[in-house]
Design a protein around this ligand. Structure first.
Ligand code: F6P
Length: 342
């Protein structure tokens, strides 16, 4: 049997660990061979492939990024996209596709599998941790670790200058990275997209922190929004799945804080550093287990399904279920951390 593998959407630490596990188990235990597709859905769409065998996956476990490349190509946007994918898979005798991606990439896999008979197995990835049906996605733990280290470092420079430091983190429309790194890093304010923030209240927390002779750290998720306004964006362009590029709220908030409190404020936008570099041990562990279970699902002919973490078990769920809605932060969980604000 020949199996295709692709990685789509924003890259994230742990992608190579999945690829390695899929290939190692597929070759060693089932005698399969593999086709690596380049740059997400662009690969099967344009028949862009790379060699994918055991030598190709040697040494990649600790490497960030993806040896297959990634893109946000949306084949459903192209008139003949589905036909081209089916023809290209058939020409190479690829009988199953392992699709490693987030909401968008897996959304395409659900449509292809459920409506067009393309046999896909999904593997959930994203630093944002916003996919339903799985307790965690790999990449998230690494991103939280990087953001936490940044917050730790920002505390000392903020204290030296008695300034406000606003840290903008990724996460799209979910506040998971902000919440986890903000809590772990001892932030004085954490702002998430799930709950609009009151800028006056943020300023009150900032002021009370200064009164206690400490410099405040404000962690703001890129998708967070003020109560009395729209999402702050510095770029309005859309990707091929129709998503706007988030970022800008950190800069905006630092200016508002300066204006309203008279205190000096600076912004650090962590950006893609949260996605780069070597995966944490947890992400290597989770990604490897996802890979092992994904190739097992291929062996069982269990298509249209995604591997997911439930507690400590890896289970299979319909891909469509995982992509139907975003997993966002529960207001009760957010309320719990409020005790540390100010
Ligand atoms: O979904 C992962 C993510 O890193 C988001 O947190 C962020 O909004 C987006 O991707 C950035 O996308 P790009 O890599 O296209 O700039």
């Amino acid at each position: 049997m020949r199996v295709g593998v692709l990685t789509g959407g924003g890259d994230c630490p742990g992608l190579n660990a999945v690829i390695r596990a899929v290939v190692r188990k597929g070759v060693q235990e089932y005698g399969y061979d593999f086709v690596g597709y380049r740059d997400g859905w662009r690969g099967p769409l344009e028949d862009a492939t790379v060699r994918l065998d055991i030598p190709a996956v040697r040494g990649i476990l600790p490497r960030g990024g993806t040896i297959l490349g990634s893109s946000r190509t949306n084949p459903l946007q192209q008139a003949d996209g589905i036909r081209r994918i089916r023809e290209n898979l058939a020409a190479r005798e690829v009988e199953a596709l392992i699709v490693i991606g987030g909401e968008d990439t897996l959304g395409v896999a659900a449509t292809l599998s459920d409506e067009h008979g393309v046999p896909c197995v999904g593997v959930p990835k994203t630093i944002d941790n916003d996919l339903s049906a799985t307790d965690y996605t790999f990449g998230f733990d690494t991103a939280v670790g990087i953001a936490t280290e940044a917050i730790d470092r920002l505390h000392t420079t903020a204290e030296s200058h008695m300034r406000v430091l606003v840290v903008e983190v990724m996460g799209r429309h979910a506040g998971w990275i902000a919440l986890h790194s903000g809590l772990a890093g001892g932030a004085n304010v954490i702002l998430i997209p799930e709950q609009r923030f009151d800028t006056e209240q943020v300023c009150a927390w900032v002021t009370s922190r200064f009164k206690a002779s400490y410099a405040p750290i404000v962690v703001v998720a890129e998708g967070a929004m003020p109560q009395d306004g729209d999402m702050v964006l510095k770029d309005q362009s859309l990707d091929s799945f129709g998503h706007v590029r988030l970022s800008g709220v950190g800069e905006w908030l630092a200016k508002e804080i300066e204006k309203r409190t008279g205190k000096e404020a600076r912004t650090t936008v962590l950006g893609h550093v949260q996605r780069g570099g070597t995966p944490s041990a947890f992400d290597r562990w989770l990604a490897t287990r996802f890979g092992l279970h994904a190739i097992e699902a291929v062996r069982d002919g269990d298509f249209g399904r995604m591997v997911a973490l439930r507690g400590t078990d890896i289970v299979r769920v319909p891909i469509a279920e995982a992509t139907a809605r975003l997993k966002t932060v529960d207001p009760k969980l957010y309320e719990e951390v409020g005790v540390f604000f100010g």
